[in-house]
Design a protein around this ligand. Structure first.
Ligand code: NI
Length: 137
């Protein structure tokens, strides 16, 4: 960890009270940690906006019985194998599967992959969770 510095901030009293109440609910023990996390979230958003290398996870729920779907999803993932770190398949019940695909690459590449998986017929849910490689924050 780099050196800590203290800095003063002038802020509306009511706004700060609301923020303190919010971070207490989130179990922060001090304001500094909460504000540091807030700044990190902004830097991560910037990594995604500037198309820097990021990490993330695509989660999907799909119908296991949909004709050709499993093959289709595997083919799409093979096309994007460079960006896939790992995947986990969970059989939710007799009909439904849940899959987590951990990805690393440029945001536009990961979004393209997530969109292709989402558009496959029989996929009930697909979303891309935006995270970071951790290098820039
Ligand atoms: Ni399954």
């Amino acid at each position: 960890m780099s050196d800590l510095i203290r800095f003063g901030v002038s802020i509306d009293k009511e706004l700060l009270e609301k923020y303190d109440a919010k971070i207490r609910k989130e179990n922060y023990t001090n304001r500094s940690n909460a504000i540091a996390d807030l700044i990190r979230e902004e830097l991560i958003k910037q990594e995604w906006a500037e198309d820097k290398e990021v990490a993330g996870a695509i989660i999907m729920v799909f119908d296991h019985h949909q004709r050709d779907l499993v093959n289709n999803l595997i083919n799409i993932q093979h096309d994007y194998h460079k960006y896939i770190i790992s995947s986990q398949h969970i059989h939710l019940d007799h009909n439904n599967c849940f899959e987590i695909v951990v990805v690393k690459g440029k945001p536009h590449q990961l979004e393209e992959l997530a969109n292709k998986l989402k558009a496959a017929k029989g996929v009930k849910h697909a979303s891309l969770s935006l995270a970071t490689t951790g290098k820039g924050v």
